[in-house]
Structures are given as structure tokens and as C-alpha cells.
Ligand binder design. Structure first.
Ligand SMILES: Nc1ncnc2c1ncn2[C@@H]1O[C@H](COP(=O)(O)OP(=O)(O)O)[C@@H](O)[C@H]1O
Ligand SMILES: [Mg+2]
Length: 256
């Protein structure tokens, strides 16, 4: 029996509603969208609008309360978690490094990877240089929450981990949000290497990463209020146009 390859298949959210735990209030309310393979979808919107919740539901962290999410036409609840985990890499702003060596932290993306494979992805993610400068190089223990590594360095290690995993669908949850400008260029290179030829779902508040997306979904209060390309949404009044105008003076959705 051959395993069905889900990687060429769509992600669909169908009337998805969600509330956390036993809270009554829904944080997502009837969300519908389709992501075609090989495309870039940007999710934007104010803080607490539900962007990360959508990302985590797609990654299978929780089950939807109503509606369903399908991958290749199959309800993700019916896809074994280890298989879903092979299909989707989730990179967030607070990716956790374990109290193990850097080498082991990267290898979590693919447990049987050779040292050469680990070092190749570290190079591609722009980590190899700073890792080699550490006293013990790849054998440096990351320490609690990453020890003395900077935020941007930790991010690039988690990107190397995701690259090694080589999942067809990549979710980037505000991956550049907490990084200083010098590190941002490095991080952006790593992200470009990670996302090449993949299906991308990005939660981003920086205009330059959003404007080239194939589809932009604007979320507000748990609902999609606008959808389209940068050109389409810029031409309508609404949150997206407000975002663009706010960008001229300020920095991000967080300020909207
Ligand atoms: N683990 C959680 N438990 C309970 N409520 C949560 C949890 N995570 C997020 N929320 C709430 O869900 C809503 C949407 O949050 P989130 O998806 O993180 O929004 P965004 O990523 O757009 O900032 C917010 O009101 C937030 O407080
Ligand atoms: Mg978030």
C-alpha cells in the first residue's frame, strides 16, 4: 500500500469556530479559507484577533470546536498526529530550545539525520558561523530556554530544525517580530531558504513580508473581514488600508 502524499494538497478551513477550554466565548467565528499548494498566505490583523489560534489549529495543537479543517480533503482529526507533524512545520516567535546540544536541537527536525546534514541546514539557515565561534561549537549546550544565544540566533536554530524536517507546509508565526534589525536580515535569509518551494502560512505584521503574498486574510475579532491581494486590499477602505497608512508613521499592526 502506498502512503498518500498530502503535500500536493490543499488546506481548507470550513466554518471553523473555536473556544479555548471551557470558555464560552469563541475566539474564532465561522472562518473559511482555502490554501493552495505552493502558495503564500498572509494572516494579518490586530493583536488577539485569533491569528495564532488559526495557525495552531492547522498544526493540530487543538481540535476545532465547530466546522473542520481538511488537508488534501481529509479531516485533520483523522490524520495521525505523527503524519500531520511530518506535513507541517510550525515556527513561532517563542520557539523553544531544549537543554541539549545545539546539534541535538537541530536534529529534532529529523532524528536520523547525519552530522553532515545537521551542519548543512545550519549553514543554509545562517547558523553555522555563530555556532562555530562558540567554545564547543555544535556541542554547546543550549541551556534553559537557549542560554546565552540571542533571540535571533535561537530563531535561526529553530529554522534550521524546521528545514531539516523538510515539511511541505510551513507556518511562520510572527517569526521576525522579536528580532533586532541587524539580526533581521540574517533571519530573513534563513526564512527564504526554509520557505523555498513550500506552502506558506505567515502571520506577519511587516508590510514588506505581506505585500507579495498570493492571498492576504485580514482577521478581526475572530472573523475574516477582508481577503485578497495587496493591490486589491489597498484599494478598499478597511483595516488593511488603515494598516498601510499607519505604516507610514508607525511600525506595525500592534500599534493599530
Ligand atoms: N491558551 C489560551 N487560552 C485561553 N485563551 C487564549 C489562549 N491563547 C489565546 N487566547 C485568547 O484567544 C484570543 C486570540 O488569541 P491569538 O490567537 O493568540 O491572537 P493573535 O495571534 O491574533 O494575537 C485572544 O483573546 C487570546 O487572549
Ligand atoms: Mg499571535
Amino acid at each position: 500500500m502506498t502512503t498518500r502524499n498530502l503535500s500536493d494538497e490543499k488546506v481548507c478551513l470550513n466554518q471553523v469556530s473555536f473556544s479555548y477550554g471551557n470558555q464560552d466565548e469563541k475566539v474564532l467565528k465561522g472562518v473559511n479559507f482555502t490554501i493552495n499548494p505552493g502558495t503564500v498566505t498572509a494572516l494579518v490583523g490586530p493583536s488577539d484577533s485569533g491569528k495564532s489560534t488559526i495557525a495552531k489549529l492547522i498544526a493540530g495543537f487543538w481540535d476545532v470546536t465547530e466546522g473542520n479543517i481538511t488537508l488534501g480533503g481529509k479531516d485533520i482529526k483523522e490524520i495521525p498526529l505523527d503524519q500531520l507533524n511530518q506535513e507541517i512545520a510550525y515556527v513561532s516567535q517563542d520557539n523553544y530550545l531544549f537543554d541539549r546540544t545545539i546539534r541535538d536541537n537541530i536534529r529534532m527536525g529529523k532524528l536520523n539525520a547525519t552530522d553532515a546534514e545537521v551542519e548543512a541546514v545550519a549553514k543554509a539557515a545562517g547558523c553555522d558561523g555563530f555556532i562555530r565561534k562558540l567554545d564547543k561549537g555544535y556541542d554547546t549546550i543550549c541551556g534553559e530556554g537557549g542560554g546565552h544565544l540571542s533571540g535571533g540566533e535561537k530563531q535561526r536554530i529553530s529554522i534550521a530544525r524546521a528545514m531539516l524536517k523538510d515539511a511541505p507546509i510551513i507556518i511562520l508565526d510572527e517569526a521576525t517580530a522579536s528580532v533586532d534589525p541587524e539580526n533581521e536580515a540574517e533571519l530573513q535569509k534563513a526564512i527564504d531558504a526554509l520557505t523555498h518551494n513550500k506552502t506558506i502560512i505567515m502571520i506577519a505584521h511587516r508590510l514588506k513580508t505581506v505585500r507579495n503574498a498570493d492571498q492576504i486574510l485580514v482577521l478581526n475579532g475572530g472573523k475574516i473581514t477582508q481577503r485578497g491581494t495587496h493591490e486589491e486590499l489597498s484599494a478598499q477602505s478597511g483595516l488593511y488600508a488603515d494598516f498601510i497608512h499607519a505604516r507610514e508613521e508607525a511600525a506595525s499592526w500592534k500599534l493599530a
